[in-house]
Ligand binder design. Structure first.
Ligand SMILES: CC(C)(COP(=O)(O)OP(=O)(O)OC[C@H]1O[C@@H](n2cnc3c(N)ncnc32)[C@H](O)[C@@H]1OP(=O)(O)O)[C@@H](O)C(=O)NCCC(=O)NCCS
Length: 161
């Protein structure tokens, strides 16, 4: 298996693959409409290997000189192989070249792989939005998944030297 090689702009034809990964990777996946909206408004990329195979994707919403990372996901079978970090670093380098100043994001407080990824890139924590996300937790007594709320950690990464 080869690693991350290059970025490609997300196209309509990629959406079936993206949706299948999204549904496997998240408890609360985006809908098709979410990706269609992002493709109308934002910068959306596939992460490809040298054999042109798709490994993951991300969705970025630019507003003036600020960018918000709305979604980043690597297919479960490719996670932990240093795909997301080089892919995001390439995207942030492009944003910087285009005079963007800062990248914002929100991440679930329990999502340790993602928080570690963002810290390893250089993001810092700006605050917490209490109970921002829906969450599924296992209720031992009822022996079923129940819905709770989970905090969002707000992070940012300056693109200015
Ligand atoms: C978060 C995610 C995008 C990381 O992608 P990835 O390609 O596996 O990440 P990388 O291999 O590039 O890892 C880069 C750094 O992130 C951190 N990291 C990644 N996976 C980790 C894990 N399971 N546990 C702890 N740290 C982890 C490490 O610091 C790692 O650096 P290192 O390899 O030098 O230790 C991936 O796990 C994923 O798609 N998760 C499901 C979707 C999701 O939660 N997206 C984030 C929404 S906010």
């Amino acid at each position: 298996m080869s690693g991350f090689s290059y970025l490609q702009v997300l196209q309509d034809a990629d959406l079936p693959w993206v949706m299948s990964v999204e549904q496997r990777a998240y408890d609360f996946p985006w809908t098709l409409k979410g990706f269609e909206n992002s493709m109308n408004q934002g910068l959306n990329y596939l992460f490809k290997d040298e054999d042109h195979k798709s490994l993951g994707y991300c969705c970025v919403l630019p507003v003036l000189d600020e960018a918000t990372l709305l979604n980043v996901c690597v297919a479960p079978e490719h996670q932990g192989r240093r795909i997301a970090r080089p892919a995001l670093e390439q995207i942030f380098a492009k944003l910087k070249e285009n005079a963007f100043q800062i990248v914002f994001l929100e991440v679930r407080a329990s999502n340790e792989p993602a928080i570690k990824l963002y810290q390893s890139i250089g993001f810092s924590e700006d605050g917490v939005r209490k109970g921002y996300y829906r969450a599924q937790v296992w209720d031992e007594q009822a022996m079923e998944l129940v819905e709770e709320r989970e905090d969002a950690i707000l992070m940012s990464y300056s693109l200015v030297d």
